[in-house]
Design a protein. Structure first.
Length: 561
């Protein structure tokens, strides 16, 4: 028997099984079985993609990113703009900016902006009959770039963390400026005849301006009247490949907040570096866990020193995490809280990225942040620090804001059109519990509803005596119909619920290659209309099958074994 063929609804996570606000069911194919998915209104969520790298949401904060004739870019003394020029990418989407000899400053200007935190501005440019361009991110500073070789001979202002370029061929370079955290009020790209000279005519080619949160520029995101987004979007389901999985599972997590104000910018003033510790951000020594050059290089000359961030008055259970790797392997350090409360966690690094954690419990003491201390003499690399309230870590929440950033809870909303026509049906769930934390007194809920939106059946799984257990509940008309649930059952991720249409229900739970059956009889039958999945704690959903029939005991046992 092919259970997939016989199912009326089938949800199997895959890389193409969803979009922003939707999680697609493979069956039925007309969309009636699709889930409404929600998480939040920002790009705070991440996942591990099929390449094993962390994937973030990305946004180009600028409007009209390649329409320099638009009013968004036109200030006083604009240059002459000629469209349809050959660009770096082989298209005719570049612009020629030409300055006359009369006006000191002419260029494209985006005024009246307000972008705070750590940001990276990038653009593509090529020499015309002038060899220099000046870029000003007001009021933070400005840089001159030599269009012949991509170098930056001079500039002013102290608001830049880094500036660089990369040769993309045919005379084109992509230029980058990363700001240190001040507010950008205007972006101005000026035609310059020579470095520092504004009084000579000239021209250059320009294409694809981009401003994005973080330490590194990413692939071009085109914008028009609104900002453009790419990568993992706000309400997009997270099909996660953690642990080297070849097939993903749907990652469902509760809401969490990263209170570390700069999670990747370790060289900034938010982090304190003790004597003997030198930090270089955006090192090109190694790619970060997301596959770009935005990790920090940490050089230690004193094994009793480290770097830390504090400033939080938190007394709840907390967990601190940070990605670290060594230059040669075998480097050691400890993780602790700067307050001195909560003990320490000793760690040994390898030449691969690892996410290390240090937990503290609610003892009434005030915990302040994250301290990477006693770093052995040598070089290590750091990325992605996080401090969140809770007893276990959740997926990385990037934070470049100078404040806190919250990722909303993943939620598969109630679903209509489940492919069930009567009160006889079977529901099968398979979960990947390998990365589900052991959490007491906090359950993950899977619920079914009738046409009146009354919750009829619930699975709640949580930790008891150090094991994952599941408790089945059944309630009708708002009241539990048996003893506030059933007995706790050990399980390894496979759950099945069956209704025979006569008010009799059976539940099957898989554990260690066998299946346990529990029966409830003499209740009121109901027609399945909606389902809901609320994740607390972290859960990974591998598949969901719904059948428009009551499967036999043998089939139920096979599915859950």
């Amino acid at each position: 028997m092919s259970f997939f063929d016989d199912a009326s609804l089938a949800f199997l996570p895959s890389g193409a099984a969803g979009k922003d606000g939707k999680a697609y069911s493979i069956k039925p194919t007309d969309g009636t079985g699709d889930f409404a998915f929600s998480r939040g209104s920002n790009l705070a969520a991440t996942r591990v993609g099929p390449t094993g790298l962390i994937e973030k949401g990305r946004e180009n904060l600028l409007l009209q990113s390649n329409t320099f004739s638009d009013a968004y870019w036109i200030g006083t003394n604009p240059p002459t703009l000629t469209a349809n020029q050959q660009g770096y990418d082989g298209t005719n989407d570049a612009w020629l900016l030409t300055k006359d000899i009369v006006t000191n400053y002419q260029g494209s200007k985006a005024e009246g902006l307000s972008f705070g935190g750590v940001n990276t501005f990038s653009f593509y440019a090529k020499s015309g009959d002038t060899d220099f361009v000046m870029v000003e991110l007001a009021p933070l500073g400005a840089r001159w770039f030599d269009l012949r070789d991509g170098s930056s001979p001079t500039g002013f202002g102290a608001g830049f963390l880094s500036y660089s370029s990369v040769d993309v061929g045919n005379g084109w370079f992509r230029y980058f400026i990363t700001t240190e955290g001040g507010t950008i009020n205007a972006i101005r790209i000026y035609v310059m005849a020579t470095s520092g000279t504004t009084t000579t005519a000239g021209s250059f080619y320009l294409q694809d301006a981009q401003l994005e949160i973080g330490l590194a520029a990413t692939d071009v995101i085109s914008t028009g009247a609104t900002t453009g987004k790419a990568g993992l979007l706000e309400d997009e389901p997270r099909f996660d490949y953690s642990g080297g999985a070849t097939c993903p599972s749907l990652l469902l997590e509760p809401s969490r907040t990263n209170v570390i104000t700069q999670s990747e910018y370790f060289g900034g003033s938010d982090w304190t570096k003790q004597t003997g510790i030198t930090i270089t951000d955006n090192t090109t020594d190694t790619l970060s866990p997301e596959g770009v050059y935005n990790a920090a290089k940490v050089v230690s000359t004193d094994p009793s020193r480290g770097f830390y961030i504090g400033g939080n008055s938190l007394t709840d259970a907390l967990v601190r995490t940070i990605y670290l790797k060594g230059a040669v392997g075998g480097e050691t350090a400890i993780l602790k809280d700067p307050s001195g409360f909560g003990g320490t966690t000793s760690i040994t690094l390898t030449t691969d990225w690892q996410r290390f954690e240090h937990k503290t419990t609610n003892t009434g003491d005030t915990y302040q942040g994250l301290f990477v201390d006693n770093i052995s003499v040598g070089t290590i690399y750091a990325y992605g620090a996080q401090l969140e309230q809770g007893s276990y870590p959740t997926s990385y929440i990037p934070n470049h804001s100078g404040g806190s950033v919250t990722r909303g809870a993943d939620n598969i909303d109630k679903l209509t059109g489940v492919g069930v026509t009567g009160d006889e049906f079977t529901i099968f769930l398979e979960l990947d519990l390998s990365d589900t934390p052991l959490v007491s007194n906090v359950g993950t809920y899977f619920q079914t509803f009738d046409a009146s939106n009354n919750s009829q059946q619930e699975f709640r799984f949580f930790t008891s005596n150090g094991e994952q257990v599941l408790v089945p509940y059944f309630r009708q008309d708002g009241a539990y119909s048996f003893g506030n649930g059933g007995n706790a059952v050990r399980f390894d991720g496979k759950i099945l619920f069956r209704s025979d249409g006569g008010g009799n229900y059976a539940m099957f739970f898989g554990f260690n290659g066998s299946s346990t059956k529990e029966v409830r009889t003499g209740l009121t039958a109901y027609t399945l209309n909606k389902i809901d999945f609320i994740s607390q704690p972290k859960t990974n959903l591998k598949q969901l099958l719904i059948f428009n029939e009551a499967l036999s005991d043998a089939d139920c046992t096979t599915l859950t074994t």
